[in-house]
Design a protein around this ligand. Structure first.
Ligand SMILES: [Zn+2]
Length: 222
């Protein structure tokens, strides 16, 4: 396994700029791996902590920044920034040395495994990332800094959300780790017109029913 730290970005050489220009219109997608990657002890006593890899998928016209489950959120952010700077032709981070994968005509590119070398097996940062395991959640991954007594990361899932067109309120379905779905209601001003108030009541009612449905399905499944 080849490993790389995320060094300071450098200006691109003409060849690097040519390579990056091929992907200038690609979408950047962030994902978190399902598998855990234990810190790797090296011969010199240090540990390699994996942040993740970057993949370029021409068949999907996208660049995937894939964090390792349990990686430091800050490193993930730096990887994302490096991928953006690469796509936008601004700078080159040394770890973005891509090897070609796949077959002729259907190639894709994968970076080295990006990470950090630390003196201990413990991560430096409190904020780590984890893939989202809730199918109703609109996020693909979450950041967390605490775990439950069972060792599960404490995360807040976001479900359907309704925004009032003029910003009078927002109603969002949320769920904290293994608890049931509930509603988060934001009303920036205390006063509402009768029309907005009625609309808010309707939206609360609608999303409450959605929460109840999901919570009862889960109660049955459990
Ligand atoms: Zn989620």
């Amino acid at each position: 396994m080849s490993k790389a730290i995320l060094p300071q970005p450098t200006p691109m050489t003409p060849e690097q700029a040519d390579f990056a220009a091929r992907f200038a219109s690609y979408e950047i997608v962030t994902l978190v791996d399902r598998c855990e990657f234990e810190p790797l002890e090296l011969d010199d006593g240090r540990y390699f902590h994996s942040g993740g890899v970057v993949r370029i998928l021409p068949s999907h016209m996208r660049i995937e920044v894939i964090a390792t489950n349990g990686a430091e959120a800050k490193l993930f952010e730096q990887m994302l920034r490096a991928a953006e700077n690469f796509r936008d032709g601004k700078s080159w981070a040394g770890c973005l040395t891509f090897t070609t994968q796949g077959s002729a005509g259907d190639e894709w590119y994968e970076s080295e495994r990006i990470g950090r070398f630390l003196p201990t097996a413990e991560p430096n940062s409190m904020f780590l990332v984890v893939p989202c395991d809730d199918t109703r959640c609109t996020e693909r991954w979450h950041e967390y800094d605490e775990k439950t007594a069972l060792g599960t990361p404490i995360v807040i899932h976001n479900g359907d959300s309704i925004d009032h067109p003029q910003g009078h309120y927002t109603v969002t379905m949320i769920r904290v780790t293994a608890e049931g779905w509930r509603l988060e209601i934001e009303v920036p001003r205390y006063e509402l017109t009768v029309f907005s108030a009625r609309s808010l009541a309707n939206d609360i009612n609608w999303l409450s029913i959605e929460c109840e449905k999901l919570n009862s399905t889960e109660a049955v499944a459990a």
